[in-house]
Write a protein that binds this ligand. Structure first.
Ligand code: NDP
Length: 264
């Protein structure tokens, strides 16, 4: 099963024994196949960190891995993992721990599904909460156990949203899932500080990815004009913030808002 759920451009034995990768820091990135998670993977790879990219689809994972492999000669790894499935997160995290010490966890997997409260159906509500909130909790709970055992500290970055702080019309459940991430992460930071495991939150504003592609053009212009910088963010803007938090050794339990000074 370990092999069947494991996809990479190289052989497992080579990965495990590869000299150039065995002593490198490891970052696990959910949602690393596209958008913000992919930009973070690129940035971390540029910083000499080995990336383990998780997503739901073998082909998109392989594509991301191939691109990231071009940045340096580290053995980056991809694994299929639907973060809504607790059993799957347990197995995948156990497999990742076989690669070496896990230094970073970035939870960027997420979905948005906008609907007015009166129109929301049970399945839609469950899917948003399961992916955004439970997915983040499942991954943290599993990875933290390995970080504690490894006794080398660690850094967790959970991607929330400014909508989780301010709320928004048509985004009540999304906002609830993102607000939940904040409460959970701040609690983890307090619980794990004594082990030098830092937990921070990034709250992006509107970032140019697939997630916002369905916003009508006229609405996009209004949103842009409501930012001080008069633009959407780029996935790289969030990757820069993640890179800062990865290095900031005295920062934990904080929300870093990256929204170009958005006035919703
Ligand atoms: P994208 O839609 O571009 O990417 C979403 C990523 O999440 C994909 O890699 C997708 O992987 C992964 N994903 C979705 N569902 C699951 C699942 N069940 N299991 C595993 N992976 C899953 O979105 P963004 O990059 O824009 O968003 C990344 C994060 O940033 C999200 O949490 C989002 O809420 C948050 N955010 C985004 C903002 C924006 O304006 N774009 C603003 C504020 C916050 P795949 O489909 O390949 O399986």
């Amino acid at each position: 099963e370990w092999y069947s759920r494991y996809y990479c451009t190289s052989e497992i034995s080579k990965i495990k024994n590869s000299n150039n990768s065995s002593n490198k820091e490891i970052a696990v990135i959910t949602g690393g196949t596209r958008g913000i998670g992919y930009a973070i993977s690129q940035k971390f790879a540029q910083n000499g960190i080995r990336c383990v990219i998780l997503g739901r689809n073998k082909e998109t994972i392989e594509n991301s891995i191939k691109n990231i492999m071009m940045i340096n000669d580290l053995e980056h790894v991809g694994m299929v993992c639907d973060v809504r499935n607790y059993g799957e997160t347990v197995n995948v995290c156990e497999n990742i721990s076989k690669l070496g010490s896990i230094n970073y966890l970035i939870n960027a997997a997420g979905i948005s599904s906008d609907n007015l409260v009166v129109k929301l159906k049970e399945q839609e509500i469950n899917n948003i909460i399961q992916t955004n909130l439970l997915g983040t909790i499942f991954m943290c709970n599993n990875i933290v156990k390995y970080m504690i055992k490894q006794k080398q500290g660690g850094c967790i970055i959970n991607i929330s949203s400014v909508i989780g702080i301010d709320g928004n019309v048509g985004q009540s459940v999304y906002a609830a899932s993102k607000a939940g991430i904040i409460g959970y992460s701040k609690s983890l930071a307090k619980e794990l500080g004594s082990r030098n495991i830092r937990v921070n939150i990034i709250a992006p504003g509107f970032i140019e990815t697939d997630m916002i592609s369905e916003i009508p053009e006229n609405k996009k212009e209004i949103i842009k004009s409501n930012t001080a910088l008069n633009r959407f963010g780029k996935p790289e803007d969030i990757a820069d913030a993640a890179s800062y938090l990865a290095k900031a050794q005295f920062v934990t339990g904080q929300i870093l808002i990256v929204d170009g000074c958005l006035n919703i």
